[in-house]
Design a protein around this ligand. Structure first.
Ligand code: GTP
Length: 597
């Protein structure tokens, strides 16, 4: 029977609980990593990932395991992204497995994403192998962490394996547990093809490479296939497995994890969660739960140098080839000129895209404050959807505005509950439940999504001394008293600075933004007023003071090197500025709304 000696599994954990490090030890143990090309964290491929220490793209790897009794096994280890922005990708990666290693840092215990990931695994019907990791740390409390897992997620503490990705302790036990506890993949190789896409990337020569888990049937080169949800037809060029490089093979049969190249040119046609089936003998039911990638956070990206518009467009097109979740369309701002309105899965995704644009494509960008999608019913009955504050209709045209809400789960030590509840209250949150687990508490709240875009995570971390962790999902749209606050610089309205805010916060936000702007806009030869207004009525005002003296006047005549130094300093400061009327406005000003109170 095929698949009997195969095990498909994934490692899930809260951020930084040591997933990549442990995966490396496993690879090393199974001889998949020569000492020579051993680098830290082989599974994290993008350069940015390495620097930020987070897993963005899942990279599967096929491993050979020989048990102490001589039996041979094939393991497919599927890495999952470790951040809340990529929750859907995690769920699809899990759907490609029969089991997971659920890692918990022995010194930290259960965190918000431990719980969320554990429930994702439980919901997918997977076998969970609890692993208490980092037992080498002096502050480790392995029994305590195992006990927490039992209390919070209901996984028996005695099932836990104690391990360390650093020393390799526990790795042999983990490998045996994978064989013994995780079931072999089911599926009939004779049935019509049903393969789940759990990731993809774009290759300049072969087009899109689909990462698939074959659930039923078989697939080989020359097969005619259909993508179930997107409805497109393709002919398979090649199939293969991962080592983690791509190795060509003859066939992928039910139970396998591998890749398919089918000359797919557009990553939009190859959405994560879609099902690949045979054109002639299609499966009746696709794999359930397909969701097209949907951006939820939007922001404008503009080149600081208008000459770079075309370069930016090319960079966005290139980036989009590899990222189906990212969207962009041209937009024009009176203040910033020509740019793009871009959509992301979350704030981290937005930051990653912007950083990649600047680094890989050598662009200097101005990003506007992130915004969510609003649903607006106009007085004439028409319903419009917008994520651009600049396009918000005037108040007299609005009947009602609805905004997205999230369900948020926060895990934290008991002693910080008060301040965290207060923070959630300030963010217009309402409590759903509060669960005590020993000395720790899980708070579940419903909060407007927009409220967490601005400095929420930083505040949460600082008031909990770094101990609180959170996770969230968007649940629905609800009516809110929302208003547009306009910002004027030197008497001119700056469309790209407009923000949507709840009525109760409009004044304080206006104040905060103008103060921050007055602080970051460089002094000019004359005083520059910065104002916040609602519907033309000024609600806050600050002034960028004029220079007291010309900077260069000080060194008049004398010291030429000092003069040069000053000028070069000024030149450096010019980077990332945008000319608005006669005033140069730096990037920071566009994100003034994000600044911590
Ligand atoms: P994400 O990909 O962001 O989810 O992180 P991760 O879970 O893959 O964590 P990673 O493996 O990057 O480890 C996070 C940090 O913990 C790194 O600084 C590691 O060096 C450290 N670390 C990982 N495993 C161990 C361990 O067993 N013992 C000790 N002492 N440190 C560890």
């Amino acid at each position: 029977m095929p698949g009997v000696n195969v095990r498909n599994f994934s490692i899930i954990a809260h951020v930084d609980h040591g997933k990549s490090t442990l995966a490396d030890r496993i690879l090393e143990h199974l001889g998949a990593m020569g000492e020579r090309d051993k680098r830290d964290q082989t599974l994290d491929t993008l350069e940015l990932e390495r620097e930020r220490g987070i897993t963005i793209k899942s990279t599967p790897v096929r491993l050979n395991y020989t048990r102490p009794n001589g039996e041979q096994y094939v393991f497919n280890l599927i890495d999952t992204p470790g951040h809340v922005d990529f929750g859907y990708e995690v769920s699809r990666s899990l759907a490609a497995c029969e089991g997971v290693l659920l890692l918990v840092d022995a010194s930290q215990g259960v965190e918000a994403q431990t719980i969320v990931n554990a429930y994702l695994a439980i919901d997918s019907g997977l076998t969970i192998i609890p692993v208490v990791n980092k037992i080498d740390l002096p502050a480790a409390d392995p029994e305590g962490a195992a006990q927490e897992l039992e209390e919070v997620v209901g996984i028996p503490a005695e099932d836990a394996i104690f391990a360390s990705g650093k020393t390799g302790a526990g790795v042999p036990e983990i490998l045996e547990a994978i064989v013994e506890r995780i079931p072999p993949p089911p599926g009939d190789p004779q049935a019509p093809l049903k393969a789940l896409i759990f990731d993809s990337f774009y290759d300049a020569y072969q087009g899109v490479i689909l990462f698939v888990r074959v659930l039923e049937g078989t697939v080989r080169a020359k097969d005619a296939v259909t993508l179930f949800n997107t409805g497109k037809d393709f002919e398979v060029d090649k199939v293969g497995t991962f080592t983690p490089g791509l190795i060509v093979s003859d066939v992928l049969a039910a139970g396998s994890v591998g890749w398919i190249a089918a000359g797919i040119k557009d990553i939009q046609d190859a959405q994560v969660g879609d099902t690949v089936t045979s054109r002639e003998h299609p499966t009746l039911e696709p794999f359930p739960g397909f969701k097209p990638a949907q951006p939820v956070v939007f922001s404008g990206l503009y080149p600081t140098d208008t000459e770079d518009y075309r370069k930016l467009r090319e960079a966005l097109e290139r980036l989009k080839l590899n990222d189906a979740a990212f969207s962009f369309e041209p937009e024009t701002s009176e203040a910033l000129g020509f740019g793009f309105r871009c959509g992301f899965l979350g704030l981290l995704h937005a930051e990653i895209v912007q950083e990649r644009l600047e680094r890989e494509f050598d662009l200097d960008l101005i990003a506007t404050a992130p915004a969510v999608i609003y649903r607006i019913t106009l007085t004439n009955g028409e319903v419009i959807v917008t994520q651009n504050p600049a396009e918000f209709p005037t108040r007299d045209r609005i009947e009602l505005v609805e905004e997205p809400y999230i369900k948020m789960s926060v895990m934290l030590p008991e002693e910080h509950v008060g301040p965290v509840m207060q923070l959630l209250q300030e963010r217009r949150g309402s409590m759903v439940t509060m669960n005590y687990m020993g000395k720790r508490v899980e708070l579940v709240y419903q909060v407007p999504f927009a409220e967490i875009l601005y400095d929420f995570h930083d505040r949460l971390k600082s008031i909990s001394r770094g101990y609180a962790s959170m996770d969230y999902e968007i649940i629905d749209y609800r009516e809110g008293d929302l208003q547009k606050v306009d910002i004027y610089v030197n008497g001119e309205i700056v469309d790209a600075l407009a923000v949507i805010v709840h009525e109760s916060k409009a004044y304080s936000l206006g104040r905060k933004v103008v103060d921050k702007m007055a602080e970051v806009i460089p002094r000019q030869m004359w005083a520059v007023p910065v104002q916040a207004a609602i519907g033309g009525k000024i609600i806050a005002r600050a002034t960028v003071k004029a220079f007291r003296k010309d900077v260069l006047a000080k060194c008049y005549g004398g010291d030429i090197s000092r003069k040069k130094k000053l000028l070069s300093k000024q030149k450096k400061g010019k980077a990332r500025m945008k000319q608005i009327g006669t005033v140069e406005v730096p990037q920071e000003a566009f994100l003034a709304v994000l600044s911590t109170d």
